[in-house]
Design a protein around this ligand. Structure first.
Ligand SMILES: N[C@@H](CCC(=O)N[C@@H](CS)C(=O)NCC(=O)O)C(=O)O
Length: 311
């Protein structure tokens, strides 16, 4: 039997919402393991080897870190209905949603709800962003600037929808939802969930965007069934990775299967994961590691936005 898609996530996670929306587009069944929204994550670390962000996808003994590789892998395994037709630059759109647009959304939310946020969460996020104190007064002071930024980013969406298309993607003529909709949806979903009133005010001038948002929301989340975290560990332990060793003839650094490397995100939560290369290419690196709780697992990362170093 093919392994199930297991998502390690929590309901309020905006990056996880991208993945849930793509499951909705494809009408897929998946398993849902709820993880804490801060460290420690004792049932996740054996799987990832240190990567601590949310979400993480597990398929048997293969572990996928970061939505970029998670979405690519879902499409590879379940190509129809296509969420990534001609998907090249949709990945660039992903960077836009994950970085500048997200960085305008976070201070808007935490500037407002900051005083209610537990101390442990603040400490955790300060560890995740060591160069940036979690100062909600500062975030609140930046709100006017961030509102301007947020409005400008939503304006991009509005302009894309101006020709009456139902969905964002140019490659489907906008007739069908694609991963581009999930990228564009994330920050609106985050602000609407955290501060519905502010979102309503900022979106009032963009009825087309609101109508598109409702269409994406109506796609749903597919069919999730809860799974206990311990069950996910057990599945990893009994499964064997499906990753096949293969050389990367164009690797500019001449890395090869078996080389020991450490891989980490280049932005925040820069926890290195160490293992031996199974395969790598321009878009993916898969490394094998072992942990007593899960045995041998292969952890997959995207290349854009991640650093690979000799370990
Ligand atoms: N580039 C990552 C970003 C993931 C991310 O920042 N997720 C947030 C939650 S939505 C996070 O990890 N927060 C800290 C945590 O959950 O411990 C991706 O695309 O998956």
């Amino acid at each position: 039997m093919a392994h199930e898609f297991i998502i390690h996530h929590y309901p309020t996670s905006p990056f996880s919402e991208k993945v849930r929306v793509v499951f909705g587009m494809k009408g897929m069944a998946w398993r849902s393991v709820e993880i804490p929204n801060m460290m420690p994550k004792p049932d996740l670390m054996p799987l990832t080897g240190g990567y601590r962000k949310t979400p993480v996808m597990q398929i048997g003994a293969d572990i996928y870190c970061d939505t970029q590789i998670i979405l690519r892998e879902i499409e590879r395994r379940v190509p129809e209905p296509a969420a990534m037709p001609n998907a090249g630059l949709s990945f660039a759109l992903g960077f836009w949603s994950d970085r500048p647009f997200f960085q305008a959304t976070v201070p808007l939310i935490f500037g407002e709800i900051g005083p209610m946020v537990p101390e442990a969460f603040i400490k955790d996020r300060e560890k995740m962003f060591p160069e940036r104190p979690f100062d909600h007064a500062q975030m609140k002071a930046a709100a006017p600037i961030m509102k301007d930024q947020w409005r400008a980013h939503v304006g991009f969406l509005d302009a894309q929808l101006k020709d009456g298309r139902e969905f964002i993607s140019p490659s489907t003529g906008g007739a069908k939802p694609t991963v581009s909709d999930a990228h564009c949806y994330m920050n609106l979903w985050f602000l609407k969930s955290g501060l519905p009133q502010l979102a309503g005010t900022l979106l009032a001038e963009f009825p087309r965007v609101e109508a598109w948002y409702a269409r994406v929301k109506a796609l749903g989340h597919g069919k999730p069934t809860p799974m206990d975290a311990k069950e996910a560990l057990r599945i990893a332990k009994t499964a064997t990775s499906e990753a096949k060793p293969s050389a990367d003839p164009h690797d500019p650094n001449s890395r090869k299967p078996g080389d020991r490397v450490s891989v980490m995100p280049d932005d925040y939560g820069r926890d290195p994961v160490v293992g031996e290369i199974v395969f790598s290419n321009a878009q993916e690196i898969a490394i094998k590691r072992n942990n007593p709780a899960v045995g041998d697992v292969v952890v997959h990362f995207p290349r854009a936005g991640f650093w690979v170093m000799t370990a």
